[in-house]
Design a protein around this ligand. Structure first.
Ligand code: PLP
Length: 316
């Protein structure tokens, strides 16, 4: 991957993806002792930054590939983003999900016009079905993170940040499969290698951070967390994001559940935004983390919540 790929991505996706605001946070600036800004990636119509990578991947397909359609197995923000972008481009999209996926998600995907293949008891079975469809019908699999076009799409956030706040010194990024961190980190470090990249994950089932520690991909049991969008493995056959995260991340943080909750509440109280747990890990981290050099940017990643989710926060 080279920097030009990210500029190409930006040009490709500009009709589908609008730049997001960068907002100064008086509250987090006071708490951390340095100017803090929020990058509002929850403000995309599809609810998360995932639209950037999904749109770039779809737009980079050949006409022949577009005709054969695409498939994916993520039911979270990536599935939603892929279905949303595919509909805009008239590409047929099949989302493979397990029978366990809740009705709310199912109906959201249906409303986006995606074909649904429901099979098996868990995500792994859905992934198997997805690969079957790909080999049987020639559909292209749109991977949630481990794909250069997806990483380049997420990297367009880095280009926007350099324009909006060229003096930034640190960026705090929620970390799961690492596509987001790889894309933003790649762009910022190319522009200035001294920009510091911090990756934040919940303490439970933090697969990427455990893998980095071990020096090889590990598998972990998925446990309940408020930051559900950060769950999931990084793939035993990981080709890009494991090594990119290893070389780009300066600091890895693991966050307890109560801190994620405090992050959520702070964003609601002081910024009047409702986001999901995964999007609030950076806020939770900065709540009592003195910072020596700023400005700092928090990437606010998504808002895939409903009233039931909010009830769970209150009860947890
Ligand atoms: C996917 C996602 C992340 C993590 O992105 P990765 O590229 O998998 O590291 C963070 N927050 C939200 C809301 C997401 O949907």
């Amino acid at each position: 991957m080279v920097l030009r790929d990210v500029w190409l991505a930006r040009k490709r996706i500009e009709s589908i993806v609008k730049p997001t605001p960068l907002v100064y946070s008086e509250f987090f600036s006071e708490r951390s002792g340095q100017p803090v800004y929020l990058k509002m990636e929850q403000s995309h119509p599809a609810g998360s930054f995932k639209i950037r990578g999904a749109a770039n991947k779809l737009l980079s397909l050949t006409e022949e590939e577009k005709k054969r359609g695409v498939t994916t197995f993520s039911t979270g923000n990536h599935g939603i983003a892929t279905a949303y972008a595919a509909r805009q481009m008239g590409i047929s999209c099949t989302v493979c999900i397990s029978r366990r996926v809740p009705e709310a998600k199912l109906s959201r995907l249906k409303r986006l016009g995606a074909d649904i293949e429901q099979t098996g008891a868990g995500q792994d079975e859905a992934a198997v079905r997805c690969r079957e469809l790909a080999s049987k019908y020639g559909m292209t699999i749109i991977h949630p993170f481990d794909d250069p076009e997806v990483i380049a799409g997420q990297g367009t956030i880095g280009l926007e940040l350099m324009e909006q706040l060229p003096e930034l010194k640190e960026v705090v990024i929620p970390l799961s499969g690492g596509g987001l961190l790889s894309g933003i980190g790649f762009v910022l470090k190319k522009m200035d290698p001294t920009v510091s990249v911090t990756g934040v994950t919940m303490e439970r089932s933090a697969v990427m951070q455990a893998s980095l520690k071990k020096g090889a991909v590990v598998k972990l049991e998925e446990e309940y967390t408020l930051a559900d969008s950060l769950l999931g493995g990084i793939g035993e056959d990981n080709r890009y994001t494991f090594s990119m995260t290893r070389s780009l991340m300066d600091k890895g943080v693991l966050l307890q559940e109560n801190r994620i909750k405090e992050g959520l509440y702070s964003l609601l109280d002081h910024h009047k935004i409702i986001v999901e747990g995964a999007a609030a890990v950076g806020a939770g981290y900065l709540l009592d983390q003195p910072v020596s050099e700023g400005p700092v940017v928090l990437i606010i990643t998504g808002n895939n919540v409903d009233t039931n989710t909010v009830k769970t926060w209150m009860d947890s």
